[in-house]
Design a protein around this ligand. Structure first.
Ligand SMILES: [Zn+2]
Length: 509
């Protein structure tokens, strides 16, 4: 038997609608098209001749009560043919769309199902209810059962007729649609351009942190295809305000604190900034710029690094305990380091040292450490309170004796005769009653603590030390009184550093 197919020779049935295909596996258009050699005329002719044959057989059977051997053979042959026809052929419909014959279906419902699926898919892509408006006709025919058309082919054909959708290369980041292009290379070139700023001659790999995919699929015909708009979206910062303009009174430390960062974290974001010398209007980075699409690069770099000198301590019984002296500064060594450094958007994330070669060995730093017992009068470097009591007057400008005046220390109220202790060890350089411009101090003591530090204890009722005495921290050097310019029993405590009067509260515990 001949293959029985539809009547005209048009190759109207393309491949089935492909599911989403990855860029690597894009199917070539038209590769699976199959021409179906139509013999609809033959089909129809065969249908007619079979019908005529059956008709004659019926007539023969009806007209002869007794069937002779010849008639029997004839009838048996006809029935045999009919059985063969019924087994091999099936009633079917030739489907034409807009005058183009597409193929053969067993029932119009088969084709209508295909149309519904195409409409559903197009509606899904377009975002609104899409209806096919093609003119469809069905013509009855008999067809070999295994020659019915592939329904998927109808769907592909119908889909390709829809002007509102097209096939594109679609770019997605973490599954989120970004845009589409008619060629894959323009998308990959745009992605490469995003990586480019982070790539240099040491770069060994450059990857996107997020999942990036390009797939060939149907999209609405008015899909985003502006590559520069896509690039702008992918490189846009997603981390809010990342900079801060320095205001009057700001310190680097305060800015770090205000942004929940350590000093070193803020420094790392501002490698070119002198943290001790920020100025009003300066722009500091207070957060990392995090683009929509992040680039992770790895570089293999080689650099030289100092090797710190090991420290050797040498005991010295001519020096006091706690004192040290550098005998030999030593010299740093030098190493050549090779490391694999990982960056995200240019910010270092990880550093793996793969090779470390010493070029120059360091020499030891030698420090002499004192072992001699420390005399009690040596200053400790920190102050204790000379007396304990309420502060009745603070350092700075104050209203007293009918006018504003500058107060050079703090006044600590205490009972008459209370012992006044040396705030730290040192040498008494004044113990006596003030005269001239120092009259207002009354009886007072000055102790020199070395390193430019001096302390004053004034308005005393009595003095217990003399000039030249070495005093230790906590030693009672005088007693509380109200001599000089004073309105009650108290100790006026004053601190000078290199001759400048400072606020004692800044140096007291
Ligand atoms: Zn005072």
């Amino acid at each position: 038997m001949d293959e029985i197919l539809h009547s005209n020779g048009r190759q109207a049935v393309p491949d089935a609608i492909p599911a989403e295909e990855t860029a690597g596996g894009v199917r070539e258009e038209g590769s699976s098209r199959q021409g179906r050699r139509p013999v609809l005329d033959a089909l129809i002719a065969a249908g007619r001749s079979v019908g005529a044959l059956l008709h004659r057989a019926d007539a023969a059977a009806a007209g002869h009560k007794a069937v002779g051997p010849l008639a029997f053979l004839l009838i048996a042959g006809v029935i045999g043919v009919a059985l063969v026809v019924g087994t091999v052929y099936t009633p079917s419909y030739v489907v034409s769309v807009d005058g183009v014959t597409l193929g053969v279906v067993s029932d119009p419902e088969v084709f209508e199902g295909a149309m519904e699926r195409v409409e559903a898919r197009a509606s899904d892509i377009l975002g609104y209810d899409y209806t096919l408006d093609n003119a469809v006709t069905y013509d009855f025919a008999l067809t070999e059962k295994d020659k019915l058309s592939n329904v998927g082919d109808f769907e592909t054909y119908l889909f390709d007729q829809i002007g509102e959708v097209m096939k594109s290369y679609v770019l997605k980041v973490n599954g989120q649609f970004i845009g589409a292009a008619q060629d894959e290379t323009s998308l990959t070139a745009m992605l490469d351009a995003i990586k480019a700023p982070y790539v240099n001659e040491n770069t060994t790999s450059a990857e996107f942190v997020e999942s990036v995919s390009i797939s060939r699929q149907y999209t609405p015909s008015d899909v985003e295809q502006d590559l520069s708009a896509m690039e702008a979206r992918l490189t846009a910062n997603t981390n809010g305000q990342t900079t801060y303009e320095v205001q009057k009174g700001d310190t680097f430390m305060q800015i770090a604190y205000d942004n929940d960062m350590s000093l070193s974290e803020l420094e790392a974001l501002n490698p070119d900034v002198d943290i001790n010398n920020i100025y009003i209007g300066q722009i500091l980075n207070v957060r990392e710029v995090i683009p929509f699409l992040s680039v992770q690069t790895t570089e293999t770099i080689t650099y030289q690094e100092a090797i710190a000198s090991p420290v050797e301590e040498v005991e010295d019984d001519s020096m006091y305990q706690g004192d040290t002296k550098v005998l030999d500064a030593g010299s740093e060594g030098l190493a050549e380091i090779t490391a694999d450094v990982t960056y995200v958007n240019g910010n270092e994330r990880e550093r793996n040292i793969t090779n470390n070669v010493t070029i120059t060995e360091p020499t030891a730093k030698v420090i002499a450490v004192g072992t001699k017992e420390r005399p009690s009068w040596l200053p400790t470097g920190s102050f204790i309170w000379p007396v304990y009591g309420n502060i009745t007057s603070y350092f700075g400008y104050r209203y007293i004796f009918g006018s504003y005046s500058y107060h050079s220390g703090i006044d600590i109220a205490a009972a008459y005769g209370t012992g006044i202790q040396a705030a730290d060890g040192g040498t008494v350089i004044w113990a006596g009653t003030g005269t001239g411009s120092n009259w207002s101090y009354g009886k007072y003591v000055i102790i020199d603590h070395g390193n430019g530090y001096q302390t004053y204890y004034a308005h005393c009722s009595s003095l217990l030390v003399s000039v030249g005495d070495k005093v230790y921290q906590g030693q009672v050097i005088a007693r509380v009184g109200s001599t000089g310019r004073s309105t009650g029993n108290h100790c006026h405590f004053q601190v000078k550093i290199n001759g400048t009067t400072v606020n004692p509260l800044s140096y007291l515990p």
